[in-house]
Design a protein around this ligand. Structure first.
Ligand SMILES: Cc1cc2nc3c(=O)[nH]c(=O)nc-3n(C[C@H](O)[C@H](O)[C@H](O)COP(=O)(O)O)c2cc1C
Length: 331
């Protein structure tokens, strides 16, 4: 029947019908995605949601220790808002979770660094820090951020995978010196080993070296405060959408994400400091980047990667990971 119909119905009518069907399916899938997303976020009062949001908030404090333009008294607003929430979390769930322990260690570092410099924190923040830390029995006052030299950071670049993988960290401290384009292109070639659904290889990269354009893009990205000014090359990771079916719509980001991780490893292998930067923006900012860089309408931006040469001495965040049993269910 299908074959018979396709013979008698004009081709352009069939193609119009396919477009309509595809649009209908997309609306249905996106609506279901939206419902699940909304329920998991705004409707959620779960421990996992709370610790995730607190980790995100305190991560900006953790980042503050590793910035090229470190300044005392950073992160007041975050601490003012989130310390009471950290205290409430511990009162409800205790201190066992690795992430709340890591948050406490980060806050303890914050206190130590300011105390040692004789820098007086605002009274309410100092009080809440003490109230929070008193809930933990003996947090070490030793900094948990990782001290690096340019040699130690890349020491394991040719080591077996476990040591190599353990040695990669997001790096936000750059000298401002030029990153050789060859190093970036060599990294891209290696990253192309990344798998992609049906080997469609949708990733398209824009490597920005023009300083003004880098700063124009950096100014609309939220997450580079304190180090965006020293980025030497900016890689915009896009996925070409034109080769996916409606039910594959999220594959663009999966393929883009897998490629990005491989690129982050490849940059580390080539001794280039790098940090993935989110492209979680509103439509105005998404339109704006397209005015600065010739990204096609058929491409979606997955994320950015900031790149730079690393200095002789710097710090990277420890960014503690969850225990494997927290993320694995064996069935
Ligand atoms: C999708 C994605 C978006 C990110 N966005 C930012 C960002 O905007 N700013 C930033 O400083 N780091 C960003 N990061 C880096 C994370 O903060 C970092 O990967 C995490 O803290 C773990 O640290 P590690 O990469 O050193 O293991 C991002 C990472 C990913 C994967």
């Amino acid at each position: 029947m299908k074959l018979y119909l396709s013979k008698i119905i004009p081709k352009n009518l069939l193609s119009y019908r396919r477009r309509l069907l595809s649009w209908k399916k997309l609306k249905e899938y996106y609506l279901q995605d939206a419902k699940r997303f909304f329920k998991a976020t705004y409707g959620s009062n779960e421990q996992e949601t709370k610790i995730g949001l607190l980790t995100m908030a305190v991560h900006s404090i953790e980042k503050g220790f590793t910035m090229p333009d470190f300044r005392y008294g950073f992160g007041y607003k975050k601490l003012e808002k989130y310390l009471p929430e950290c205290i409430a979390y511990v009162k409800q769930y205790g201190i066992e979770d690795v992430q709340i322990q890591h948050i406490a260690q980060t806050i303890s570092d914050y206190k130590t660094i300011h105390d040692e410099a004789g820098y007086a924190l605002p009274e309410d923040i100092a009080k809440n820090i003490d109230r929070f830390l008193n809930l933990f029995n003996g947090i070490s006052s030793k900094s948990i951020q990782i001290d690096c030299t340019s040699d130690s950071f890349f020491y394991n670049r040719e080591a077996p995978f476990p040591s190599f993988s353990n040695s990669r960290h997001s790096c936000r401290y750059y000298t401002g010196d030029t990153v050789p384009m060859k190093g970036i292109i060599d990294s891209v070639k290696l990253a192309q080993n990344a798998p992609s659904a049906c080997n469609r290889q949708p990733v398209r990269l824009y490597i920005v070296s023009d300083k003004k354009k880098i700063q124009d893009v950096i100014s609309i990205q939220k997450g580079n405060r304190g180090f965006g000014q020293v980025v030497d090359k900016l890689i915009v990771v896009c996925s070409y959408l034109g080769c996916y079916l409606p039910q594959e719509r999220n594959c663009a980001f999966i393929d883009g994400g897998i490629f990005t991780m491989n690129l982050a490893y490849a940059l580390h292998y080539n001794s280039i400091g790098a940090c993935i930067l989110n492209w979680c923006v509103d439509s105005d900012s998404d339109n704006e980047i397209r005015r600065i860089i010739p990204i096609r309408d058929s491409e979606t931006v997955c994320c950015l990667l900031s790149c730079g040469m690393v200095p002789d001495k710097f710090k990277v965040c420890r960014s503690e990971k969850k225990l494997e049993e927290q993320i694995v269910t064996i069935i």
